[in-house]
Design a protein around this ligand. Structure first.
Ligand SMILES: *Cc1c(COP(=O)(O)O)cnc(C)c1O
Length: 419
């Protein structure tokens, strides 16, 4: 079993903790850049390949600025995410607006920024036209493949998912868009999350390419880009392997040549909306042990809680835990690693073998760079952690201060003050 790597030295942690004691999230710029480049390299055969980073994964402008410098776009699903993309200077076709159940103001904001609008439903075509006064120049429809043929274990149960158009609606949707004068099209699907099987993404591409060929033949439009969505998984467990991106890229290329180029279609740009694989493995939640409690089980209580990282409590997700300075100590003690919420689910790990812990030990929770801080909340009046970025030159930079009680109470007195 490979040890999980934590690239930040104790002296850098000490430096960070002079300003902000635990808990905090910390990200590694070099790792984020490397992950972005690995993905781009796997698709270097495709002119115009681009990842639209899913902003929801790590909605911090300092992170978005790194990704922008690497050529990534932004995949946004809400007003706040559109505004963040705008603030870092992303505009127009740099932004993919993949929303669902969308209020008019958000469609208007997306149109104002000139974003690619990725329709989640056929009725949203009229909704956008009404909200924005016209349709955006480049649009995309989100496909939900529904019940796929029996025996296909790769794609789960998309028919239970709220997202996207049915197959018939895809044909009707593009017909309608063409009739309304739109000339520039993409196609999208996203039907899995945290998927580690590379062949899954090749299968997704095949489904989209076949549909694109059919729509081209029957509706008479060309596709500028095919958006395979996000969902590339990461090895949260030490025994797991990262997705073989070369295999994904090569497989998508093969299907593209076999289905699209063979039918005389021009090569579309392949685009993705990966969040997790870009920032997930390059982020950690650093916390300290407050108490060791021995009752029917042994509990290591941390100064962070599920308000700072919800995935274990929400989905039973595994996050690896290591203890700074005890990397080589035997994992000979069984713990539940808990937070302080009045909520029995508030555990980072259940029945985890760890080195023997003491109050004050610095504990690192791995792979928290995506959907970590972002899913934070304020139950029990818990404050969101600060976020630090280790720049490529090794210098730590505070990229979001921690919340204060004043932040927490800031929305409370407005009604009282105006009365
Ligand atoms: C969440 C989401 C993504 C990003 O998924 P990751 O697992 O972070 O890669 C991309 N596109 C859409 C539409 C999403 O909802």
């Amino acid at each position: 079993m490979k040890a999980k790597h934590f690239p930040i030295s104790t002296s850098v942690l000490d430096l960070i903790e002079k300003t902000t004691p635990t808990h905090y999230h910390v990200y590694d710029e070099a790792g984020i850049v490397e992950n972005t480049r690995r993905l781009a390299k796997a698709f270097s055969w495709n002119p115009g390949f681009r990842n639209y980073f899913a902003v929801k994964a790590t909605p911090n402008p300092s992170i978005l600025a790194i990704l922008k410098a690497e050529g990534s776009g932004a995949d946004c699903s809400s007003m706040a995410e559109l505004v963040l993309a705008e603030r870092v200077g992303l505009r127009g076709l740099d932004i993919m607006f993949t929303s669902n159940d969308t209020p008019d103001v958000e469609f208007r904001k997306a149109c104002e920024l000139g974003a690619i609008v990725n329709f989640d439903d056929i009725t949203h075509i009229a909704a956008v036209e009404r909200a924005c006064g016209a349709l955006p120049p480049v649009v995309c429809c989100r496909f939900n493949p529904g019940k796929v043929k029996a025996g296909n274990t790769i794609i789960g149960r998309p028919e239970e998912a709220k997202y996207g158009f049915t197959r018939e609606q895809m044909l009707d949707g593009y017909r309608l868009l063409k009739a309304k004068g739109v000339t520039r099209f993409g196609m999208h699907t996203m039907v899995a999350s945290n998927e580690l099987n590379p062949d899954y993404f090749v299968e997704t591409a095949r489904i989209l390419f076949e549909l694109a060929a059919e729509i081209r033949a029957t509706v008479g439009i060309d596709f500028e880009f095919i958006n395979l969505g996000g969902g590339i998984g990461i090895p949260y467990r030490p025994e797991q392997e990262p997705v073989d991106l070369e295999r994904v890229g090569a497989g998508v290329r093969r299907e593209c040549e076999r289905i699209l180029l063979a039918a005389g279609m021009p090569m579309p740009r392949i685009v993705m909306e990966c969040g997790r694989m870009i920032t997930g493995p390059a982020g950690w939640l650093v916390s300290r042990v407050l108490h060791i409690k021995r009752t029917y089980k042994t509990y290591a209580g941390l100064d962070a809680c599920m308000a700072n990282l919800m995935r274990p409590a929400l989905y039973g997700a595994y996050h690896h835990i290591s203890v700074v300075g005890k990397e080589n100590a035997p994992c000979d003690t069984l713990y539940d690693v808990t937070g302080s919420l009045c909520e029995k689910n508030d555990k980072f790990a259940i029945d985890r073998m760890l080195p023997r812990l003491e109050p004050g030990d610095r504990v690192v929770i791995h792979d928290t760079g995506a959907h970590g801080h972002a899913m934070g909340f304020n139950y029990n009046g818990k404050l969101r952690s600060p976020e630090w970025l280790i720049r490529a030159d090794g210098v730590p930079q505070l990229i979001r201060r921690g919340e204060t009680l004043d932040d927490l109470f800031a929305t409370l007195d407005c009604g009282i003050a105006t009365r």
